[in-house]
Design a protein around this ligand. Structure first.
Ligand SMILES: [Zn+2]
Length: 258
């Protein structure tokens, strides 16, 4: 079993008089989370817990500083998160999400980090997050900063999916399904409930439907199968993503490796 990092340096632990020197030229790692229903077996914090744990490892491996996570995400949509048909989801509308991320980035840019790694854990955040970063005009706002922003599932190689997820429904439908369940069983088993609801008819990617048959689209907020979820699978997947992120940092970003 691989040991989790205990020696993570936290941005929030710095003082104002220390932060300018500590961040200039350094790596900052920022988890972007969410507070969204994840079926009857997983807590509302899944989309926060997973990127937070990944970001801590990435920060430790890159000698970076870990920023506090953004705990609220973009709106949950029916075909990728169950939507607002289930209680507990707290969200920002898209424009608020873009403004929130833009304001945080603008403040961080003044510290001139050498690298900013943004780790997203909520499906609907991705396009808004990328728009906020791009909208900052990085060449002007972050002239000396390399920025790597990704959703954690984007670093899962096709070969890993083929080997471990034979009934893979697409990442949009991996909501409260086997991968999130497995990761939570590894990271926070104490908050994973014993039931394992499955769903045989996951929604299609990129299709919005109204009126919606909620029972057909999901099973109690679960969009796909949880079969095969285990702490062992979660551990494998967790380190697969951590290693993929560290590879990307070391060997050049955006280069696809299946
Ligand atoms: Zn999720």
């Amino acid at each position: 079993m691989r040991e989790r990092a205990l020696n993570v340096r936290h941005y929030g632990d710095l003082t104002s008089s220390e932060v300018t020197e500590a961040v200039a030229g350094a790596t900052l790692v920022w988890p972007i989370g969410g507070l969204e229903q994840h079926g009857p077996h997983l807590p509302l914090s899944v989309d926060l817990d997973i990127p937070q744990a990944l970001a801590a490892e990435i920060a430790a491996a890159t000698d970076g500083l870990l920023l506090p996570a953004l705990p609220i995400s973009a709106r949950s949509l029916p075909q990728s998160g169950g939507g607002l048909h289930f209680p507990g989801t707290v969200y920002l509308r898209g424009t608020s999400m873009i403004h929130t991320v833009t304001d945080c980035l603008t403040a961080l840019a003044r510290l001139r980090p050498g690298r900013l790694i943004v780790v997203n854990g909520h499906f609907e955040n991705e396009a808004l997050l990328f728009e906020a970063i791009d909208g900052c005009r990085p060449s002007a706002t972050f002239p000396d900063t390399e920025i790597l922003a990704f959703s954690w599932w984007s670093l899962v190689r096709d070969g890993w999916v083929a080997e471990h997820l034979p009934a893979f429904p697409g990442w949009h439908a991996e909501h409260a399904g086997v991968t999130e369940t497995a990761l939570m069983m590894y990271l926070r088993p104490e908050v994973v409930r014993p039931e394992r609801p499955g769903h045989d008819t996951p929604p299609r990617a990129g299709v919005y439907v109204h009126p919606l048959d909620v029972k057909r689209m999901s099973n109690a907020g679960v969009l796909s199968s949880t079969a095969g979820a285990s702490a062992e699978l979660g551990e494998q997947l967790f380190w697969h993503v951590v290693d993929g992120a560290c590879d990307m940092v070391r060997s050049g970003y955006g280069v696809r490796r299946d």
